[in-house]
Design a protein around this ligand. Structure first.
Ligand SMILES: Cc1cc2nc3c(=O)[nH]c(=O)nc-3n(C[C@H](O)[C@H](O)[C@H](O)COP(=O)(O)OP(=O)(O)OC[C@H]3O[C@@H](n4cnc5c(N)ncnc54)[C@H](O)[C@@H]3O)c2cc1C
Ligand code: FES
Length: 360
């Protein structure tokens, strides 16, 4: 895992909607910083004298001149509102190298149908995947189902319209608005919630025969993603064809990963020493019950990687080589990763006295 930091200059800002801006960031001098569509940048923003980190998915594709991230205001949110009000062309923003496992690697030989389900700001990683597929997978088809309040809240509206006109055989964009439109437009829109019934109805019409594979990617509010997942389960879509990115921690306990939590129930979260192996060094860190392993490591001045601090993005991921760790949240990890011993330090607490975690 890369833990490189860069200073990137804001080259331009696009006002996408009344509450969303896109920051176009310059590549630092002569540095090739690779990324895969779907990955995110961690912005490190000084707010009220403190450096605060937030993850923002890249909506650009690697061959574009800038790294572009779109920030949508969250009510009462610290960083999203700070950036909306203060970001300026010419300023420099510290960022961490791109990270994330919610990715789509385009391959020219593929002939697949990608269904992208987005809600609000969740369009950002899907936009990168969509553009990349259109460019590099000429035999593949992309169907984007994009849920928003109304037409005015559609991020990338003009870009999507343009792309659809340029690639009529390859791209289909279906808008779902939960407010009725006063003014009907040429876009294909559906009114209502992007719920299970709507997804089933749409997929019935949008599926096209002749593709080798169908893949489903979703990013948006938790409720919407649960509905999409239910519809796909109903259609018996295999789990390995469904990919999901969460911007916020789930509120429903059953999504917290019963296996991990159950393992923790028998143990106690008390003050324990943890061994952290990172960048060739080994550190002994005392982790108090009210701390996560990440918090204890940072307090001990170890420059550990992290981004969302909510168990979502995997920036802080490590492998537990011995002992057991309780995770408050495991949204970012797959069952296979859990089985292989991967843990998220930002939501991890040692359960045994012999915990050794290797990072990177
Ligand atoms: C992998 C990843 C990629 C992300 N990509 C993007 C992106 O491309 N564009 C983007 O705008 N945001 C994205 N986010 C969300 C972003 O990192 C911040 O969480 C968001 O900007 C809110 O930060 P804040 O400091 O303004 O709010 P905070 O002060 O951290 O939070 C205020 C409150 O808002 C809630 N909240 C946080 N995010 C959301 C949300 N998205 N919707 C509703 N409520 C929320 C929090 O739970 C909290 O209760 C991403 C998050 C992750 C983990
Ligand atoms: S910092 Fe994002 S999962 Fe830990």
């Amino acid at each position: 895992m890369s833990n490189a930091y860069y200073n990137m200059k804001v080259a331009a800002i696009t006002q996408e909607t009344s509450d969303a801006i896109t920051l176009h960031l310059e590549h630092p001098d002569k540095q090739n910083i690779p990324y895969v569509p779907g990955q995110f940048l961690t912005l490190i923003v000084p707010v009220n004298g403190q450096k605060v980190r937030r993850s923002y998915s890249l909506c650009s594709v690697p061959e574009e001149p800038y790294f572009s991230v779109t920030v949508k205001r969250v009510e009462g949110g610290l960083v999203s509102n700070f950036l909306a009000e203060n970001a300026q062309v010419g300023q420099t923003i510290e960022v961490m190298a791109p990270l994330g496992n919610f990715v789509l690697k385009p391959e020219a030989s593929q002939k697949r149908h990608l269904f992208l389900f987005g809600g609000g700001s969740g369009i950002t990683p899907l936009m990168s995947m969509l553009k990349s597929t259109l460019k590099y997978e000429p035999q593949s088809r992309v169907t984007l189902v994009y849920g928003n309040r109304n037409l005015d809240s559609v991020i990338f509206r003009e870009q999507l319209e343009k792309l659809e006109k340029q690639h009529p055989e390859q791209l289909k964009v279906v808008h779902v608005f939960n407010e009725a439109l006063v003014d009907a437009t040429e876009t294909q829109e559906h009114i209502g919630l992007l719920d299970r019934a709507m997804v089933l109805r749409l997929l019935e019409n949008l599926k096209v025969p002749g593709f080798q594979q169908e893949l489903f990617f979703m990013c948006g509010p938790e409720g919407m993603m649960n509905e999409v997942r239910e519809a796909l389960n109903f259609m018996r879509v295999p789990a390995n064809q469904i990919y999901k990115e969460s911007f916020t921690a789930p509120t429903t306990p059953e999504t917290h990963g019963a296996d991990v939590t159950a393992a923790a129930d028998a143990d106690e979260i008390i003050t324990r020493m943890v061994t952290i192996r990172y960048e060739g060094e080994e550190y002994q860190v005392e982790v108090k019950p009210d701390q996560t392993i990440l918090e204890a490591g940072l307090k001990a001045d170890i420059d550990l990687p992290y981004s969302c601090q909510a168990g979502l993005c995997t920036a802080c991921m490590g492998k537990c080589l011995s002992g057991r760790v309780h995770l408050d949240e495991r949204e970012g990890l797959s069952d296979a990763e859990i089985a292989q011993g991967y843990v998220l330090n930002c939501v991890g607490h040692p359960l045994t006295a012999d915990v050794v975690i290797e990072i990177g």
